[in-house]
Design a protein around this ligand. Structure first.
Ligand code: HEM
Length: 391
């Protein structure tokens, strides 16, 4: 009831406010850091993009499929043991950079390249938690003196901002030279969308001082969406593969569901499931919900057991649980705009990997959460990789 009160019923009384904004400084004036008019305009913009835009949906489908076929599967084919956390962090970084910036860093490859701006992005997210934990006066003093984490923070922030700036400059040049047809499907990304089109909301946004073609807006938009769409899915997948890998019965049920609903055959090499196919996977949907839930008061005494069944109704559909009970995606007016997209992407990735490979969690590899604004595991997720079906 408290969650409901704060996030929904009395929402206007609980703005993010200046302290949140200061801690999450690199988010600038982006949606996560905004309140009142600036927030509501951005919310409308991203809603129309992430929930209703067919060209964005197509770009998501194409990008995901290519990343699985050209990045993820070739990598899994060439390793016998691997840290899936590292793999998913690379996968989701490439994927979201491609969708937002129109640029694929290709960090997901068998060479496991170290890319400075990717490392910088990770460092920024990791260091932000210290700003939450330390008294404000301490981290502000560190920032002023440029020592400790604050020194590293500033350096990482600069590296990542330089990368974003290059992407924006390059995109401005490209957009100036290309015609509209080249911006469909593979050519579609969010920078292109904001730069190339005269969107209906541009005028309304301008009235509130948001200039959607300005470098400032594009930089803040890109940073916020990279945060929104990368580690959320990456971390969710890591916990999913840990739980599925340690619950063979659940894995078996996922395989049965794929076989029954998607007509998958064991003779096919590298079957990749589409976003549309993922919609048919109710049990896998329940698995993802079960991965993302936490509190005992809501889920009961068996909250530590991994039971996807608790999400499925007698009629075989997903049970509706109010968002203030299942708060992983937030609740009320600020609830996650990418929720459906997140489920669809996670389902397509998880189904494709589980169908083609058996990932076995390495014995004695202890898994526990790390301290960060994103809940990854402390020591990664080491698995042995076996092909599910011999050729
Ligand atoms: C498992 C995956 C995901 C989880 C658990 C998740 C969770 C959340 C949470 C808790 C919030 C509220 C944050 C806050 O107000 O500070 C949020 C907001 C948001 N999410 Fe997600 N998210 C996920 C995936 C995505 C994806 C893939 C996108 C789109 C690319 C996305 C876009 C957004 C946006 C734009 C907001 C800001 C909403 C607002 O402030 O009005 N999310 N999400």
């Amino acid at each position: 009831m408290n969650v409901h009160y704060v996030l929904s019923k009395n929402f206007p009384n609980y703005p993010k406010g200046p302290e949140f904004r200061e801690i999450f400084e690199p988010l600038g004036d982006g949606i996560f850091n905004s309140d009142s008019d600036s927030w509501s305009i951005q919310r409308r913009i991203f809603h129309s993009l992430l929930v209703k835009n067919k060209r964005f949906d197509l770009a998501v489908e194409i990008t995901l499929r290519q990343k699985i076929l050209n990045g993820l599967f070739p990598l899994l084919e060439n390793v016998s043991q691997v840290d899936m956390q590292d793999v998913f962090q690379r996968f989701t970084f490439d994927n979201i950079c491609r969708l937002v910036l129109g640029f694929d860093p290709n960090s997901l490859s068998i060479e496991f390249p170290e890319i400075a701006y990717q490392k910088a992005f990770d460092d920024i997210e990791e260091i932000i938690i210290y700003r939450h934990a330390l008294p404000a006066s301490i981290w502000k003093l560190q920032r002023w003196l440029q020592i400790g984490n604050e020194k590293k923070f500033k350096k990482s922030w600069k590296i990542f901002d330089d990368f974003l700036e290059q992407c924006i400059i390059r995109k401005r040049e490209q957009v100036g030279q290309s015609c509209k047809d080249q911006m469909e499907g593979e050519g579609f990304d969010l920078l292109t969308y904001f730069l190339a089109e005269d969107n209906d909301f541009a005028k309304v946004a301008a009235e509130s001082g948001i200039l959607i073609k300005s470098n400032k807006f594009l930089r803040d938009m890109a940073f916020n969406l990279l945060v929104a769409g990368r580690d959320t899915i990456g971390a969710g997948l890591v916990w999913l593969f840990w739980l599925v890998g340690t619950h063979p019965f659940v894995e078996q049920k996922i395989l049965e569901e794929i076989k029954a609903n998607l007509g998958a055959k064991t003779s096919e090499k590298w079957r990749v499931f589409s976003i549309e196919e993922g919609r048919k996977l109710v049990y896998l949907h329940a698995v993802i919900c079960e991965v993302l839930r936490l509190m005992e008061e809501i889920w009961g005494k068996d909250c530590l057991e991994f039971k996807p069944e608790r999400w499925i109704s007698e009629g075989g559909r997903i049970k509706h649980v109010p968002s203030y009970k299942f708060v992983a995606f937030n609740a009320g007016p600020r609830s996650c705009i990418g929720k459906e997209l997140a489920f669809l992407q996670m389902k397509a990735i998880a189904a494709s990997v589980i169908w083609n490979y058996s990932l076995q969690v390495v014995e004695n590899h202890s898994v526990s959460p790390n301290v960060s604004v994103l809940l990854y595991t402390k020591r990664g997720l080491k698995v042995r990789v076996l092909k599910r079906f011999a050729p």
